[in-house]
Ligand binder design. Structure first.
Ligand SMILES: O=C(O)c1cccc(C(=O)CC[C@H]2O[C@@H](n3cnc4c(=O)[nH]cnc43)[C@H](O)[C@@H]2O)c1
Length: 228
């Protein structure tokens, strides 16, 4: 079985990389072998463009049977405590289209370009939960090319996309790729900050990384520790 583990930056999944490297029976660069599976590590860089390119290069036959994207996220939904690990079930692009004179986003359909598959007509990419249930809340995510930090633009995002609970910079590229190829995928995010007026001092990256990597270990252990 082939598993692809994806993150934007090495820092976000460093404890998992170290654990996998210690546990592997063999490793060749970014491909680690275990008795019953291989895990390929793919560090894409921050943002949707580098993620799409890295996934396009990596996702060639033989395709992985499981893909996991892991990383940090900002929460628009204030009911999600910092440090919470969530499972993303839908994605949308938060800044694609044209900016109107009042600052509002005109999405592609408003410009005469309807969303096509695998997007739904509202521009949402759905990846429903599959496989055994995981103990993480399911959330709707949105992807932006920059982490929001301006109160007015955050309010506009909230009004335009009231269902979006978390913001990331890569998730939609991942969901677009796996939906286009029809392969299973899991996106786990740990909340490092609230999406609010920029206040970097309030970000809790350390605890979020600890929780994210504990979750990854739980998800990966049945595959990595299985005997052939
Ligand atoms: O120092 C900063 O201002 C800063 C801004 C964005 C991200 C970072 C990271 O170190 C995290 C990398 C990763 O985390 C995701 N992330 C985390 N919080 C947010 C957010 O509020 N909005 C969007 N993305 C977020 C993102 O996927 C980054 O690739 C540091």
């Amino acid at each position: 079985m082939k598993i692809l583990l994806i993150a934007a930056t090495p820092e976000e999944i460093l404890p998992t990389i170290e654990w996998l490297r210690e546990t592997a029976i063999e490793s060749k660069r970014n491909i680690l072998a275990f008795p019953a599976c291989t895990v390929e590590l793919l560090l894409t860089g921050m943002g949707p463009m580098t993620t799409a390119f890295a996934l396009g290069q990596s996702l060639q036959p033989p395709l992985p049977q499981l893909t996991i994207q892991a990383g940090l996220a900002g929460a628009l939904d204030r009911s999600l405590p910092l440090g919470t690990v969530v499972q993303v079930i839908s994605e949308r692009l938060l800044d694609q289209g044209a900016e109107d004179i009042d600052g509002k986003l005109l999405p592609p359909p408003a410009l005469g370009f309807p969303f096509g598959a695998p997007f739904d007509p509202d521009g949402v990419l759905h990846v429903p939960v599959s496989g055994p249930p995981l103990p993480f809340p399911s959330v709707a995510a949105g992807t932006a090319t920059k982490a929001s930090g301006n109160q007015e633009s955050i309010e506009r995002t909230r009004q335009q996309f009231p269902d979006v609970q978390i913001e990331t910079m890569e998730g939609a590229a991942f969901f677009f790729a796996i939906r286009s190829l029809g392969i299973p995928g899991l996106q786990l995010r740990a909340i490092s900050n609230y999406v609010e007026r920029r206040n970097r001092a309030a970000w809790q990256i350390g605890p979020a990384i600890i929780n994210l990597n504990e979750a990854l270990r739980k998800v990966l252990s049945p595959f990595v520790l299985a005997t052939a």
